[in-house]
Design a protein around this ligand. Structure first.
Ligand code: 13P
Length: 251
């Protein structure tokens, strides 16, 4: 899959049902049909309706925020890839730092989830990123590289090339502190080099790497203009259609 510009909104645990449909409708109505891919990652209860709403624009896709690693079974409260697939969901966000921190998801479990999502023909959006002490110690590249190696580097080149990576430094999520464009570029370049060393430059050049962490209309353009930044995974600012659309139009 060729490298694309992507603006992805992660609603997290926000929006009642009708509020979510209103947001999705406003986003779809305000999105022009361009080469930029727009993704809405919604709570499970919105997915089926948002898939319907998104159908009118080819460049708008829908993502779940998580799934279980097993195909089916006695896992009360969980959602399988088959269920997501059966309603036309395109992508699944995996390994968000909130899932890692509050739900104990580790690199090994995420490797399983990635394979399950790929096996169902959907696209994983794989999140990685370091906490503040790791950055302060200057160990962020090693830390993020390890997350990617342990969860993704068992994949064939063909499977790896279906993945989108989202670099989200934890210290920038929901804090209003954005990584500087240079900090984002440096990490994205390091990730692309790592992919190139493992899978070759063609796969690396075709991988979309998104930045996440306090992306807003005011800073999106500068961050997205960095050479190795292919877009953003947006939390808070994706909850208002006008803000998210301004970010969508920041490429
Ligand atoms: P904020 O944009 O609210 O900082 O959240 C980023 C994020 O976690 C997206 O997945």
């Amino acid at each position: 899959m060729a490298r694309k510009n992507i603006a992805a909104g992660n609603w997290k645990m926000n929006k009642a049902y009708q509020e979510g449909l209103d947001l999705a409708t406003a986003v779809v109505d305000g999105t022009e049909t361009t080469d930029t891919i727009v993704i809405m990652s919604t709570p499970f209860i919105h997915l089926q309706s948002v898939v319907e709403i998104a159908k009118s624009k080819d460049n708008v896709k829908v993502a779940a925020q998580n799934c279980h690693q097993a195909q089916s079974g006695a896992y009360t409260g969980e959602i399988s890839v088959g269920m997501l697939n059966s309603i036309g969901v395109d992508c699944v966000v995996l390994g968000h730092s909130e899932r890692r921190e509050y739900f104990n998801e580790n690199n090994t479990l995420l490797a399983e989830k990635v394979k399950t999502v790929l096996g169902a023909g959907m696209q994983p959006i794989f999140c990685c990123g370091e906490a503040l002490p790791t950055r302060e110690a200057g160990e962020q590249v090693e830390y993020v590289s390890n997350q990617i190696k342990e969860s993704l580097f068992d994949l064939s080149a063909e499977d790896f090339s279906k993945i989108v990576i989202a670099y989200e430094p934890i210290w920038a999520i929901g804090t209003g502190v954005t990584a500087s464009p240079q900090q984002a570029q440096d990490m994205h370049a390091a990730i692309r080099n790592l992919i190139s060393d493992k899978y070759g430059s063609e796969v690396a050049n075709n991988t979309s790497i998104l930045y996440g962490g306090s992306v807003k209309p005011a800073n999106a353009k500068e961050i997205f203009s960095q050479k190795d930044v292919d877009g953003g995974l947006v939390g808070g600012a994706s909850l208002k259609a006008d803000d998210f659309l301004a970010i969508v139009h920041s490429f």
